[in-house]
Design a protein around this ligand. Structure first.
Ligand code: C5P
Length: 220
C-alpha cells in the first residue's frame, strides 16, 4: 500500500438523491443516479484513502468492501451523517443532489384523494455543504454545481459562499453530460480563481480527474 497518493487520508463523500417523505408511500425526489459519487468513492479508495460514502437511495452496490457505505433517505438524515463524520476526515466531497425542500409534515397514514386541490407545504432543507464549510478547519472541501445559466459566475458564487477549495461545474449545455448519463463534462473552478476545463469523459475518468486535483492540493 506504500506509495499510494492518499494513504492515511480519510475522505467523506455524499452521493445520490434524497427522498423527502410526503406520507408512508410517497416522496419528493430527483433523478440523481449516485454514479458520480460512487465513482469518486471507488477512485479515492483505489488511491489508498479510507472512504466513508454517505448515499441517498440508489440502485448501486458498494464499489469496494473497504468503503464504509452509510445509506440514508432524507436530507436531514444525510445532514446528520455528514456532520457527524466531517470532524474526523481530511477531505470531503459533496456530490449528492440534496432536495432543497421537504414537506413540512410527513403524514402518518397514506393521504386520501378526497379533495380536487391538494396543497403541500414545503420547508427549506439545511445546506449540508455550507454547514461543512462553516465547520471546516484544515480539511479540503469540494462541491458540485449544475447550472443552466451564468454557469461560471453562479458556480464561483457557491465556491465562495460555501468556503470550498474547488467546485466542479457540470455542464447541461453539453450533450452527454449530467444527471443520469454515463458520461460527464466538467470545469473545475479553484478558490484562487484558476479554471480548468476537461473533455467529455466517462464518469469513472471524471472521478479520476477530480481525485488528481485533490491529490495535488493535499500535497501542497
Ligand atoms: O446550492 P447548490 O444546491 O447548487 O449547491 C450544490 C452543492 O451543494 C453540491 O455539492 C451539493 O452536494 C451541495 N448541497 C448540500 N446540501 C444541500 C444543497 C446542496 O450539500 N442542501
Amino acid at each position: 500500500a506504500e506509495g499510494l497518493p492518499l494513504i492515511n487520508k480519510k475522505v467523506l463523500i455524499t452521493a445520490g438523491p434524497t427522498y423527502e417523505a410526503i406520507d408512508p408511500v410517497r416522496f419528493i425526489g430527483n433523478h440523481s443516479s449516485g454514479k458520480m459519487g460512487f465513482e469518486l468513492a471507488a477512485a479515492a479508495n483505489a488511491a489508498g484513502a479510507k472512504v466513508i460514502l454517505v448515499s441517498g437511495p440508489t440502485h448501486l452496490a458498494n464499489p469496494h468492501e473497504n468503503i464504509e457505505l452509510v445509506r440514508v433517505q432524507s436530507a436531514l438524515e444525510m445532514f446528520d451523517a455528514a456532520t457527524k463524520f466531517f470532524p474526523e476526515v481530511d477531505i470531503a466531497i459533496a456530490a449528492a443532489a440534496v432536495s432543497d425542500y421537504r414537506p413540512k409534515v410527513s403524514a402518518m397514514q397514506k393521504i386520501k384523494k378526497n379533495s380536487e386541490i391538494m396543497q403541500l407545504e414545503l420547508v427549506k432543507n439545511p445546506d449540508i455543504l455550507a454547514t461543512l464549510g462553516e465547520a471546516k478547519k484544515d480539511q479540503l472541501l469540494i462541491g458540485f454545481a449544475l447550472e443552466t445559466e451564468n454557469e461560471e459566475e453562479n458556480a464561483a458564487g457557491k465556491l465562495k459562499k460555501k468556503n470550498l477549495d474547488f467546485i466542479v461545474l457540470n455542464s447541461l449545455n453539453d450533450s452527454g453530460a449530467g444527471f443520469k448519463s454515463e458520461t460527464n463534462k466538467i470545469k473545475i473552478l479553484f478558490k484562487d480563481g484558476n479554471v480548468k476545463t476537461f473533455d467529455l469523459k466517462s464518469k469513472k475518468e471524471v472521478a479520476e480527474d477530480i481525485l488528481n486535483e485533490i491529490i495535488l492540493l493535499s500535497n501542497e
